[in-house]
Design a protein around this ligand. Structure first.
Ligand code: BTN
Length: 257
């Protein structure tokens, strides 16, 4: 619960409250992450659609009407290194929020893609524009139709509408996610993030993966065995070696299903 925080949400029509957050609603945005960049902690931006939505590794992110396109600004007090785990914790928060809503058959693909089987339900892009905050950009397919807008996504995406009926309204999903993000923020700020690791590790441990690393000619293949409290990935490679990789080293991670 985030009851200790003040509650307001604002939109073109005025503020709306949600568990301590101030949420700015827009009909359209280039990228909600850019609108959120200058905002203080506990503000969030939601757009009905994005015209320049972006994903990790400079990929574009299809953000058509009917999805949840959210950027939540979290305060990041203390040393920057403490917050290296945030992208993973955000994945945990998203997965937990959906479980709270009855969607339980999701898994995480490292570092924070939310998957159902081989299909992607949601993605997260954490960006730091200021030293005292982090923007957690989160795209979740609800009722939208990403494949219609990008046929290359055929078979690769899944929506909440494919998983549960009736689909909760966007504001309910939003509130559940913001509550869990606040929870994740508290755990990191309180240096209690180790509490998350067992759950996080069960969300992906054992996946067989091929990892492309900048400057290395061939991908490393092996099994993910854990992540540590700094967000580093432990890979037990097929050649018997063990690697600890920071998210910044990983150019691409492909699952071998
Ligand atoms: C990924 O899986 O590569 C991350 C996708 C993140 C998309 C979200 S949608 C809201 C926010 N605004 C953006 O431009 N990107 C993030």
């Amino acid at each position: 619960m985030v009851a200790s925080l003040a509650s307001t949400i604002s939109s073109p029509d005025g503020p709306r409250a949600a568990g301590g957050w101030t949420v700015h609603l827009h009909a359209s945005a280039t990228s909600t992450n850019d609108l959120a960049a200058p905002l203080p902690g506990w503000h969030a931006v939601v757009a009905d659609r994005q015209t320049g939505g972006r994903g990790r590794h400079r990929r574009s992110w299809v953000s058509d009407q009917g999805g949840l396109w959210l950027s939540a600004v979290l305060p990041t007090p203390g040393p920057a290194a403490d917050w290296a785990i945030l992208p993973l914790a955000a994945g945990w928060a998203l997965r937990s929020a959906l479980a709270d809503l009855g969607v339980t058959d999701t898994r995480l693909r490292w570092p924070n893609d939310l998957m159902v089987g081989p299909a992607k339900l949601a993605g997260i892009l954490v960006e730091r524009f200021r030293a005292d905050t982090a923007v957690v950009g989160l795209g979740l397919n609800l009722l939208n139709q990403p494949e219609t807008h990008d046929p290359a996504l055929a078979g690769q995406t899944v929506r909440l509408a494919d998983l549960i009926a009736p689909v909760p309204v966007r504001s309910v999903v939003l509130d559940a996610i913001l509550e869990r993000l606040a929870h994740a923020q508290r755990l990191i700020a309180d240096r209690s993030v180790a509490d998350l690791l067992p759950t996080l590790n069960t969300a992906w441990t054992g996946a067989r993966v091929a990892i492309e690393i900048d400057g290395r000619p061939a991908p490393l293949t092996g099994r993910l065995s854990a992540v540590d409290a700094t967000g580093r990935l432990q890979l037990d490679a097929d050649d018997g070696t063990r690697h600890h990789l920071s998210p910044l080293q990983v150019a691409r991670l492909r699952e071998i299903l």
